[in-house]
Design a protein around this ligand. Structure first.
Ligand code: AMP
Length: 892
């Protein structure tokens, strides 16, 4: 903050410059005027030219004393108790002659306290301080002037200053000394400069300079570039033997086994001789080598087929991607050597890249000797050119071929399910790799349910028949895409006796790959979609209740932290069980991080301790960037604590209220996207939150929102918003779906309803849903199809999404993955957010039926203060801050 030096110059005789002492006898210099008894006073005092140094808003602090007119002997007469302040902007010093007409008035200044004769005697100063701000200023400097119209004033000091956001280093980014904008609530966005050897993470770091000279709303950050790590706010080079590759990993890591970093600043470690790495290996993976040969190979001949089986190699080379290749050679008669098997020989499931340790070789010649070489390979075999291949060999002799009989009704059906890599819903096209694995399913039926498929994956099915005469041809390929909720599907085949089989897959073509628009989908996008069935390979949430001993659940999912690693520095909130504090956590060998520390207050019962740690048993099962991360628990000393990552901006509702109107729509949608992504994860895990609300979302310094407050119904007991329902149990009515209120049907679909309410809270900057309506009125209104109106300036696309979340029929609500998809689309295409909910929409009723009951009419009427009939118009005066839906004019 710079103080601009100011010098007053006397312009009229009536204003006199006086050297005085204040009540402490310190010398002061004042300008005084006191022509209270004479008519038509117009005394001016103006400053020298004040250079504003680029500031667009300056503050003027005046200190003055003023005489109480009533205390003047001889009555008030022409006496005034105010004076005026003016300014005049120029780009350079001008003629000092006062040109009153040029000056623009800033304000009339009145005194809070005026002095009387008595005060003079007691030497009481009664000094007034007034501050005015001036802006936007557009020139290099300004003159100030003070006009007296007949008051008795002494101007003691004039301080002219402006505010600036000082140079700051935060999250490895430097923000320059910045002059704020001119408007009172304006924020100036400043892009930070990453400190030496650091880079912006995802986006350049930004901060906002407020008119108060404070830095607000940090967005983005810098991280040390690969080969460097952050130590005490600067980037230090990784030592020999250490590396840092990804921007996401913060500290340098020791080189993994069989690899070295011989120089400082390594971004990756190189493999020792004889060890290798492929591009897809993560940097922290050890270097590996090819496997040894398969072991214990055996063969089993059946007519002209051979079934080969073996055990995994002794040495896998440190990798899990071991595959097997078969080399088939026919022994030529009369010792003429070996010849590679012809193309007629079939390998089931295939010849190379086998993941199982067996293969069926069919259609060999009868009474012939064959030699099979079995080779094990892994991801680095191709790189290990010097590594001699190791095989195991098997010699077999085939028998007589079987009898040909064409009996149609004994046919067997083989279903080949060929899975492609998981479909990422990205633009990348995954073609079916030549050697992708497939599964054979054998059936005598013409209908089959295929289970255990992976979610979000593409599958190809082909059917063919076999009789004792041999195999028929494959059917054409049928391609299917499993949904994120995939279960199983039914395939049926129609059989024709001439061995042509036409498979018919009876599937529900309803998958919407992205978005959930109710419009007809592109047929290309119509794939399979199934719900509510658990599929293998995806982690599900385990209810801590399933543990007999709750302590066991805690230690299964949460790491015990020694209390000596934690320092409590500040209290940041109050939880149900005790204070919530923050401070650094210093785990040995790890970087220090800030954490939130929830404590269990002394004198707790065993039940309270269990309930307190319950949350940790749940939180510890989750690992997602939009779910609050559990660092661990302290249970071996007192107080018992739950340690989570620290969220600098606290809970979302308070944060939004504090920063009302300060974010761009994209920032708000970004927050909503984060919450939806966390909720998608929870619903995929099979966890229903039940208390999703802005107050239960935490925000970090990068505006990342994370879902918090876990637990079962008991969590709701702690929520001040939760109210008892007629069926008992507490429910946060305003956030809860009707079916959950009515009969406790809590599902991910009821979480979607709550998510819609959170969207509304976010878009209205923390407004209370349904304002001051009572819980009972909210239940009634929602029952009668009342829905919250679109918040002010809310993009229409977002309001549509909210309304869809509030569909009465829960199966019609979007799923969280569809919500994430839609928000992603909106973020990618910000012009889709331009169309705002217009005011007519905000007051529009969306009845789901036309029978608007009496209650809803009386509910609407309760907002009407006054009805005025004007000609043929009915004018309604509504209560202030009221948003109501008008049903239609007739109903009103
Ligand atoms: P809770 O008991 O979880 O509702 O926490 C009470 C209050 O403590 C919250 O409303 C937040 O203001 C604060 N708080 C809780 N956890 C954290 C955290 N991880 N980071 C920052 N503040 C938190």
């Amino acid at each position: 903050r710079t103080i601009i030096s100011l010098c007053l110059s006397q312009l009229q005789r009536e204003v006199i410059e006086i050297g005085e002492v204040d009540e402490d006898y310190a010398p002061i210099h004042t300008y005084q005027v006191c022509r209270v008894m004479e008519q038509n006073q117009n005394n001016w005092l103006h400053t020298n030219w004040i250079l504003t140094e680029g500031a667009q808003r300056v503050f003027i602090e005046l200190k003055f004393t003023l005489r109480d007119c009533n205390s003047l002997p001889g009555g008030v007469g022409t006496c005034k108790e105010t004076f005026n302040m003016y300014y005049y902007e120029t780009d350079g010093e001008e003629d000092r002659a006062l040109k009153e007409s040029r000056y623009i008035k800033i304000d009339t200044i009145a005194a809070d306290e005026s002095f009387t004769e008595l005060d003079l005697g007691d030497r009481v100063m009664k000094l007034n301080t007034e501050v005015r701000d001036l802006g936007p200023l557009t020139h290099k400097g300004v003159y100030l002037a003070f006009q007296d119209l007949g008051a008795c004033i002494a101007l003691v000091s004039v301080r002219v200053f402006y505010k600036r956001c000082p140079f700051l280093v935060k999250s490895l980014a430097e923000f320059p000394d910045t002059i704020p904008g001119s408007e009172a609530s304006q924020l100036v966005e400043v892009v930070g400069h990453c400190v030496n050897n650091s880079l912006p993470l995802y986006e350049p770091p930004r901060m906002h300079c407020s008119t108060e000279g404070e830095w607000l709303v940090p967005i983005g950050k810098c991280v040390c570039q690969p080969g460097f790590e952050e130590i005490n706010g600067s980037c230090q080079v990784c030592k020999v033997g250490f590396y840092r590759s990804l921007l996401e990993s913060l500290a340098c890591s020791k080189c993994p086994p069989h690899s070295v970093a011989r120089q400082t600043g390594a971004t990756a470690c190189s493999c020792e001789d004889g060890y290798y790495k492929i591009d897809s290996d993560p940097p922290n993976m050890a270097c590996t080598r090819p496997p040894s040969a398969p072991r214990n190979a055996i063969s089993n001949v059946n007519e002209t087929s051979v079934f080969l089986e073996w055990s995994v190699p002794m040495e896998m080379g440190g990798r899990k991607d071991v595959r097997y290749n078969i080399l088939c050679r026919q022994v030529l008669p009369d010792g003429r050597g070996l010849e590679e098997c012809g193309p007629n020989v079939r390998f089931l499931p295939r010849r190379v890249g086998l993941s199982n340790t067996s293969v069926m070789v069919a259609d060999l010649q009868s009474h012939t000797n064959y030699s099979f070489l079995l080779e094990a390979v892994n991801g680095v075999s191709e790189l290990a050119k010097d590594h001699a291949k190791q095989y195991v060999s098997l010699n077999v002799t085939t028998n007589q071929a079987g009898m040909s009989r064409q009996i149609c009704h004994n046919s067997q059906y083989f279903l080949f399910c060929q899975s492609q890599p998981p479909h990422e819903f990205s633009n990348q096209h995954h073609s079916c790799p030549q050697d992708s694995s497939y599964t054979i399913i054998k059936s005598k039926e013409t209908e089959m349910v295929v289970e255990g498929l992976k979610p979000s994956s593409a599958y190809i099915f082909q059917v063919r028949a076999r009789t004792s005469a041999g195999y028929g041809a494959f059917s054409r390929r049928f391609e299917f895409q499993t949904s994120p909720y995939f279960t199983a599907f039914t395939c049926a085949q129609k059989q024709y006796c001439d061995m042509a089989f036409i498979p018919m897959c009876l599937c529900v073509p309803s998958l919407r790959r992205c978005g959930y628009s109710k419009a007809k989908q592109d047929p290309e996008e119509e794939k399979m979609h199934f719900h509510n069935v658990k599929f293998p390979g995806v982690r599900t949430y385990i209810d801590p209740l399933t543990y007999e001993d709750p302590n066991q659940a805690v230690h299964e999912f949460a790491q015990e932290i020694d209390v000596s690693f934690i320092s409590i520095e500040r209290i940041i909130g109050a939880g149900e069980f005790g204070e919530v504090c923050s401070g650094p956590l210093r785990l040995p060998g790890k970087r220090e991080i800030q954490v939130a520390i929830k404590t269990l207050k002394a004198g707790y019962t065993e039940q309270q301790r269990r309930d307190f740690l319950w949350e940790a048993s749940i939180m510890g099962q989750f690992n997602h960037p939009n779910i609050i991360r559990l660092e661990g628990v302290v249970t071996k000393s007192k107080p018992v604590m739950i340690i989570t990552e620290y969220m600098e901006n606290g809970s979302l509702d308070t944060f939004l209220k504090k920063n009302d109107g300060q974010f761009t729509v994209i920032q708000l949608v970004g927050m909503l996207r984060g919450i939806a992504s966390g909720m998608r994860y929870l619903s995929d895990m099979g966890y229903v939150h039940r208390d999703l609300a802005a107050r239960n979302i935490l925000v970090n310094s990068n505006l990342v929102c994370k879902v918090s407050d876990f637990g079962l119904s008991r969590v709701l007991e702690d929520d001040p918003e939760a109210a008892y329902t007629t069926r008992g149990g507490k429910i946060p009515i305003r956030w809860t779906a009707p079916e959950a209120i009515a009969y406790r049907k809590f599902t991910s679909a009821s979480d979607v309803w709550s998510y819609g309410i959170v969207m509304w809270e976010v878009m209205s900057y923390g407004e209370r849903p349904y304002w001051e309506m009572s819980n009972q009125d909210v239940i009634k209104a929602v029952e009668e199809s009342y829905r919250l109106p679109g918040p002010m300036d809310c993009p229409e696309a977002l309001y549509h999404l909210m309304m869809d979340c509030w569909q009465r029929e829960r199966s019609n609500r979007p799923k969280f993955d569809e919500i994430v998809c839609l928000l992603d689309k909106l973020i990618r295409n910000p012009s889709s957010l331009k169309k705002l909910v217009n005011s007519s929409h905000r007051y529009e009723f969306t009845p789901q039926n036309n029978n608007v009951s009496k209650t809803s009419q009386s509910y609407v009427k309760s907002f009407i203060l006054k009805k005025i009939y004007f000609e043929n118009l009915l004018i309604l005066m509504l209560k202030p801050n009221t948003n109501i839906y008008l049903i239609n004019q007739c109903h009103i």
